[in-house]
Design a protein around this ligand. Structure first.
Ligand code: FPP
Length: 256
């Protein structure tokens, strides 16, 4: 009996590792500005933070990591910054894919990829195909992604199926819509992290974040270390996820 009680005490923190973490990597530009460097250097430093957090996820056995690398709104940035970001994506893909593959990472891209240069699109295709057999960590990179775009695409696909007579209009429910979204095959994110001090979702995974625990930090993305990630995980572990139930119900089901 005493043994059972000990287990009940330690279980919450042991069990409370997120399966899927989603991150808005904000603050690269300010990191560079603080150091009197061009903004581009902040993005380059941001890639190092990506490497760190991918390793941190692997080390802890987290199944999926989704990173917002370029939003559909980021095209509004100065042309030179957009161009340099595209060059950085190309350079990073060329440099990192083999290493990620060796480490068992499955790379996936979500977003409206048709907007990208064919060279970049082909590198994305190669990365996805080369790593498709990996299962250690799924790394989802959201590029030219917007949550509203994702929802509109899903609605459009369902409408097309209804028009083709493959689906009754009455069958369009939240399960059907959710099933058409990007990354519907992955568990929904358990933990969302945004660095850089802003406390917004910014049109990221709008539907998929419905029950996700939100964590905001003032740290700029290039300063986001393994230790900072641990703090976010500790915060997650301390929260009670109720999914609409009462706290008493959750406690009871844990004891059952
Ligand atoms: C937001 O910081 C960051 C971006 C728009 C780009 C993020 C991209 C990377 C970290 C490179 C990742 C590359 C791969 C291949 C995954 P910001 O520029 O908005 O910073 P600010 O708010 O300080 O201006």
């Amino acid at each position: 009996m005493a043994q059972e009680n000990v287990q009940a005490e330690v279980q919450p923190t042991q069990l409370a590792l997120p399966r899927h973490v989603a991150i808005i990597m904000d603050g690269n530009g300010r990191w560079a500005k603080k150091k009197n460097l061009p903004r581009y250097m902040g993005h380059r430093e941001g890639v190092k933070a990506v490497r760190r957090i991918v390793s941190a996820c692997q080390k802890r056995g987290i199944e999926a990591l989704t990173l917002f690398a370029f939003s559909s709104e980021n095209w509004r940035r100065p042309k030179t910054e957009v161009g340099l970001l595209m060059d950085l994506f190309v350079h990073t893909l060329k440099k990192e894919v083999n290493r990620l593959d060796r480490n068992g990472v499955h790379i996936r891209f979500i977003g409206n990829l048709t907007a990208f240069d064919p060279k970049l699109r082909s590198l994305m295709d190669i990365a996805e195909q080369q790593t498709a057999h990996n299962h250690r960590l799924t790394l989802v990179i959201a590029v030219n992604y917007g949550g509203r775009w994702d929802l509109a695409e899903a609605a459009r696909r369902l409408a097309a199926r209804a028009m083709a007579g493959e689906l009754e209009v009455d069958d369009i429910d939240s399960e059907a819509l959710g099933g058409e979204l990007c990354i519907a095959d992955l568990p929904e994110p358990d933990l969302f992290i945004r660095t850089g001090g802003e406390q917004r979702i910014s049109n990221f995974l709008l539907w998929q974040l419905a029950y996700t625990e939100l964590y905001f930090t003032d740290l700029l993305w290039p300063d986001f270390t393994d230790a900072a990630f641990s703090e976010a995980l500790q915060s997650f572990a301390s929260r009670q996820r109720r999914f609409g139930q009462t706290g008493d119900q959750i406690e009871q089901s844990k004891r059952a």
